[in-house]
Design a protein around this ligand. Structure first.
Ligand SMILES: Nc1ncnc2c1ncn2[C@@H]1O[C@H](COP(=O)(O)OP(=O)(O)OP(=O)(O)O)[C@@H](O)[C@H]1O
Length: 218
C-alpha cells in the first residue's frame, strides 16, 4: 500500500502523490506512456528508491525480487546463464553461498521454464537480447520471492515467448506470490488481475474496464 508517495530524480518530478494498493497473490500490471513514472514506481516498491514523502507499507519480512530490463546490464556480461540464475539463489543459500540439491533443482527448473535449457552454459554476451531478458527473468523466478517485480519483461520477445512470460506470471501467482509487472504488452495486460495506469507521475483513476478482480480458482 502506497500513500501519497512523491519522488523526484534530482529535481525531475517522477511520482506525484501516488496512492494505491497492490492485491496480494495477484498479478498487477503497471501501464502508462513513456516517462509516466512506471520504472520509478517499481524501484520504490522494490525498496531501491526512498520516496521524498509519503509512506509505503508491506509485510516487513516479505522477500522481494526485481527483474530489471536487459538494457540495465552490460552487453559484455561474461557470466553464463546458469551463473546468472544461480545468483538468484544466493540469499537463500546464506553467506557461504553453499547450494543444496533443492537450490540446484530450482535453478535448473527456472532455466527450463524460460526456454534456455540449451543455453545454460553460454555467456550472456553470446545470447540475443530476448534470450538475455529470459535469463534475467529466470534469475528473478529462482528467488522464490514473496513479491516479484518485473520491468517490461516481454520487451523484444517473440509472440510465443511473450505468452510463456505471461504464463510464468500466473504460475508465480499460483505459488502465492504478489506479482507487479510494468508492461505495455497486451498479453501481459490480459493476464493481469489489476491494471494501474500512470500518467505524468499520477495514477489515472480506474474505469470499469481497467480493474478486474481476480476470483480465486477462476
Ligand atoms: N536517473 C534519472 N535522472 C533524472 N530523471 C530521471 C531518471 N530516471 C527517470 N527520470 C525521469 O523521471 C520520469 C519518470 O521516468 P520513468 O523511467 O520512471 O518512466 P517510465 O514510465 O518507466 O518510462 P519508460 O516507459 O520510457 O520506461 C521521467 O520524466 C524521466 O525523465
Amino acid at each position: 500500500m502506497l500513500t501519497d508517495v512523491w519522488f523526484d530524480h534530482d529535481g525531475v518530478e517522477a511520482l506525484r502523490g501516488i496512492s494505491l494498493s497492490i492485491q496480494p497473490a495477484a498479478v498487477t500490471a503497471i501501464a502508462g506512456p513513456n516517462g509516466s513514472g512506471k520504472s520509478t514506481l517499481l524501484a520504490v516498491l522494490a525498496g531501491l528508491l526512498d520516496p521524498r514523502s509519503g509512506s509505503m507499507s508491506s509485510p516487513a519480512q516479505a522477500r522481494r525480487a526485481l527483474v530489471v530490463q536487459r538494457s540495465e546490464i552490460s552487453d559484455r556480461m561474461l557470466l553464463t546463464v546458469r551463473e546468472v540464475v544461480t545468483m538468484g539463489r544466493w540469499s537463500a543459500a546464506g553467506p557461504m553461498r553453499r547450494l543444496r540439491a533443492d537450490d540446484r533443482r530450482i535453478i535448473d527448473d527456472c532455466i527450463e521454464v524460460v526456454g534456455l535449457g540449451g543455453h545454460r552454459n553460454r555467456p550472456l554476451s553470446a545470447l540475443s537480447g530476448g534470450q538475455r531478458q529470459r535469463a534475467l527473468l529466470a534469475q528473478g523466478l529462482a528467488q522464490r520471492a514473496d513479491v516479484v517485480l518485473l520491468d517490461e519483461p516481454t520487451t523484444g520477445l517473440d509472440a510465443t515467448t511473450r505468452t510463456v512470460v505471461a504464463d510464468v506470471l500466473l504460475t508465480e501467482r499460483a505459488r502465492g506470490a504478489t506479482v507487479v509487472c510494468v508492461s505495455h504488452d497486451d498479453v501481459v495486460l490480459a493476464a493481469a488481475d489489476q491494471t494501474i495506469r500512470l500518467d505524468a507521475g499520477r495514477v489515472v483513476p480506474a474505469g470499469p474496464d481497467l480493474l478486474r478482480t481476480h476470483q480465486p480458482g477462476a
